[in-house]
Design a protein around this ligand. Structure first.
Ligand SMILES: [Zn+2]
Length: 457
């Protein structure tokens, strides 16, 4: 965490978030910025790329404070709270491109006593550090927004000033009633009655997430991944007993730790199921040997005309490069030579880190029959791809689009849409810039001018 502080300090100087990436890039040494005109990847394209949901951390996470219940409880009264219900985030009523941050009073029914603060000399103090009661909603400390706060001195890294942010998982608590009769509740609020009433609508996480401004998107990415992780891990992976949340929402422990630790081996040693996980996925812009065409594919469940970069989970025992080569061969039958890391993106659906790479193909023959994951894959020239950048609707995904994808996946739809015609008529939609696939495509397609599109957050 501490190595990220200089960037957090930049934020405190009130630079608009979108300008930080440009500043970071402007400081790149000249020697690294020389352009190459061989049609392949420019060296600077792999530097200082800030993807949506990521980048300079919008909050100072203060991970070293997560075990301190008294500190966390002191943050609660002035904090802003994001609330989730089964992965959906609370938005202002029918305004799905914003987050409805709630106040301490509004979330009081969920918070109850906050975090447990066991006496330091208690025998089991270690397994009760900043814990929540068993069965209570997980409350996650996200960090402080230091923008606009005068820090007493540069050395005060242990107790910085800022606006605290927390996330709460309200699934199964009845708090979800906020989405019902919201118009009525809003009217009551206008009259000054029930000012702590909660109004709002639950937003589709992918559609809302991609519509947020850069700051809120960064907060949302951590909040959603952590509330989701707490919700999915309510039972111990070692013995099946219930788990509870501790360390300000960043750890879960087996309830046997509170009763009889000898009953479960998770209470000894170090176990990765006690901490939030991030699953790595490679996503790759595979270029033909000349660098003039990119390999894009589509799954059957995707909207008609939509193609994207190939992607796949990194398996145990693989490097990034190994995974790129294996996935491209399995999905498209294309052999890949050099692989270059480009940038990464946290992807909180539910808990991935997308590892963006460029790769140079050694063959261009495509076959889809090895794992049958793709309905189609093609080599698309720059000109065919680049024409979509400014075309209205060619990169936007609506809630309706996401619902259609979910329905198709749930139904195990096999038909897909008809794939035919020339390349230009097949490709009518590419990923938005908020997805790293969209960024990989945009960096490549404009050729020598790609640099201008690198840092547009
Ligand atoms: Zn256990």
């Amino acid at each position: 965490m501490r190595q990220l502080r200089p960037l957090a300090s930049l934020l405190s100087l009130r630079f608009p978030l979108h300008s930080i990436s440009a500043r970071a890039f402007a400081s790149t040494p000249i020697a690294n910025r020389e352009r190459r005109d061989d049609g392949f990847i420019h060296p600077e394209m792999t530097d200082n790329i800030v993807n949506f949901y990521a980048g300079q951390p919008p909050l100072n996470r203060l991970s070293f404070q997560r075990q301190d219940a008294s500190l966390l409880n002191a943050y609660l009264p002035t904090a802003k709270f994001l609330v989730f219900d089964l992965g959906k985030v609370l938005c202002p009523t029918k305004r799905y491109n914003e987050i409805q941050y709630l106040t301490h009073a509004q979330v009081a029914p969920l918070l109850k006593e906050g975090f447990e603060d066991p006496p330091k000399d208690a025998k089991d103090a270690k397994v009760r550090q900043a814990a929540r009661p068993v069965g209570a909603s997980a409350v996650v400390f996200l960090g402080l927004d230091e923008r606009g706060y005068e820090q007493e001195n540069e050395g005060n890294v242990e107790r910085p000033k800022g606006l605290p942010y927390f996330a709460i998982d309200a699934s199964g608590t009845g708090f979800a009633g906020a989405s019902k009769n919201s118009a009525v509740r809003a009217a009551e609020s206008d009259k000054g009655e029930g000012k702590d009433e909660v109004t709002g609508s639950w937003g589709d996480p992918r559609a809302t997430g991609s519509a947020l401004d850069a700051f809120d998107a960064g907060v949302f990415a951590t909040a959603r991944a952590l509330t989701d992780w707490n919700g999915r891990n309510r039972h111990c992976a070692a013995c099946g007993a219930k788990t509870y949340s501790l360390w300000g929402g960043w750890k879960r422990a087996c309830t046997t730790a509170l009763e009889d630790p000898s009953k479960c081996f998770s209470n000894t040693g170090l176990h990765n199921f006690a901490y939030p996980r991030t699953d790595p996925v490679t996503i790759m812009g595979v270029l033909d040997p000349a660098g003039d065409r990119m390999l894009l594919g589509r799954q059957r469940a995707w909207p008609k005309g939509f193609y994207s970069c190939l992607a796949g989970f990194i398996e145990p025992g693989e490097s990034f490069e190994d995974a790129v080569r294996r996935e491209v061969f399995e999905e498209a039958g294309v052999k890949v030579g050099p692989v270059r890391y480009s940038s990464s993106q946290p992807w909180p659906f539910p808990a991935n880190i997308m590892v963006g790479c460029y790769a140079r193909a050694e063959s261009d023959e495509i076959r889809l029959d090895l794992d049958n994951e793709l309905e189609d894959a093609q080599w698309f020239p720059r000109s065919v791809v680049a024409r979509l950048f400014e075309k209205e609707g060619s990169t936007h995904f609506s809630v309706k689009d996401y619902s259609a994808i979910d329905r198709a996946l749930t139904a195990g739809e096999e038909d897909g849409c008809a794939v035919h015609g020339d390349l230009a008529s097949r490709l009518t939609k590419i990923p938005p810039e908020t997805a790293i696939a969209g960024k990989l495509i945009r960096q490549w397609a404009p050729g020598p001018h790609a640099l201008d599109l690198v840092s547009r957050l």
